[in-house]
Design a protein. Structure first.
Length: 140
């Protein structure tokens, strides 16, 4: 995202989309050429796939994840407008700020799994949601 923002700042937003289209096409060719054909066994029925949804704990976990991700992505949708006063419209500075936001987010994702294995899901979830709330509250 920071690279795409920087690219758009220097070459306009269409350049970012053309680059994404080219990368997507290259990946499609690589997958088509590079992966062997596989014969897969039949998958489980739809009822079997949806069976875990009947568990209240699974539903709460999915709801928590959906709300958590919605909060994070909602902020990213409007981050350019939110940070416009701080960047004064400078796309390069916006890209740097996105990088400063993104590096800890990636580190949190990597460390979150390890922390969950060590301390369990609830404490890690509470710390993660509190951290996201603090970021969202201080963003403006």
């Amino acid at each position: 995202m920071p690279f795409g923002t920087w690219l758009a700042a220097d070459l306009q937003w269409r350049a970012t989309f053309w680059l994404l289209a080219a990368i997507g096409a290259a990946c499609a060719v690589a997958v088509t050429v590079g992966l062997p054909a596989l014969t897969l066994p039949p998958g489980p029925s739809l009822a079997a796939r949806l069976a875990p949804a009947r568990d209240r704990g699974v539903g709460l976990a999915v709801l928590t994840t959906a709300l958590f991700m919605t909060g994070g992505y909602l902020a990213l949708t409007y981050v350019g407008a939110l940070l416009a006063p701080a960047t004064d419209g400078d796309g390069t500075l916006l890209a740097v700020l996105l990088l400063v936001f993104g590096v800890p987010a990636v580190a949190g994702t990597v460390l979150g799994g390890r922390a969950t294995d060590r301390w369990g899901g609830v404490p890690v979830l509470l710390v993660s949601v509190t951290g996201l709330a603090l970021v969202l509250v201080t963003l403006p």
